[in-house]
Every structure is written in structure tokens, then in C-alpha cells.
Design a protein around this ligand. Sequence first.
Ligand SMILES: *[C@@H]1O[C@H](CO)[C@@H](O)[C@H](O)[C@H]1NC(C)=O
Length: 130
Amino acid sequence: MEHCLILTVMAAAFVVLLSLASVECDSSLGRLSSSRKADPESRKLATEVRATITARSQQNDNTPLTHFTVITYKTQTVGDSGVNYFVKIQVNDSTDKGYVHAKIFRGQDGSARLDNLLTGRSDTDPIQAF
Ligand SMILES: *[C@@H]1O[C@H](CO)[C@@H](O)[C@H](O)[C@H]1NC(C)=O
């Protein structure tokens, strides 16, 4: 009987710890900022991963990129390790498909990494976390 009680208490404690841990994880990702216009900082970041974006979008859509123009972006802090940038980039002349959304991580150490890419976006598609 005593065993059962101890096990129950341990299981309950475990559940509480698990839920604390998941709250902890969520809080390391900040909310998305409001949308900002392209600026030197976002253009520089996009340029650093341009080759990866070009390769990945050609893989997805099999069409060459004729533009590489940063339009707008949003940011999101990632704990104390860096910042996610969600960047809308125009890659060709098509109004309804000529944009990509690139998720680029800028580490505290200054490194840049493409984490995800959505192709075939329109000029009006809002930037959302992905
Ligand atoms: C523009 O790029 C998109 C990918 O984002 C592609 O689906 C579309 O076919 C391209 N349009 C032209 C005219 O190249």
C-alpha cells in the first residue's frame, strides 16, 4: 500500500515537472515582431544565405530566380541563443507566386543559417511563423 502511494506521488511529481519543462521551452521563443521594411541588416542577412535559398527554391519549383529583393521581415528572439528572421523575398515577376518566405536564424555568434523556406508566395501573403 505504501508503495502505491509513493509511486502515485512520484508519477504526479513527474507530470508537474513535464508541464514545467514544456512551459520553459515555449517561453524561449518570443512573439513575432511587427512587419518591418527591408533595411541594410535584413538585406545583409538574406545575402549571406542567398546561395542556399537559390538552390532550395530551384529544387522546389524548377524555375530560375530572376530577382532577389528583400521586401519585409519579422523577427523572433530564440532564448539567449539568437534571433529568427522571417524574410519575404521577391524572386521573380509573378505577383501571385514570385515571393518566398525564408526563416533565417542569426546566432549570437554572428552565424547565419537558413532553417526553412516557403516558395510560391504572393506579394500580399502575410509573414507568419513556420
Ligand atoms: C516564380 O517563382 C515561383 C516560386 O516562388 C514559381 O512557382 C513560379 O513558377 C515562378 N514564375 C516565373 C514566371 O518564373
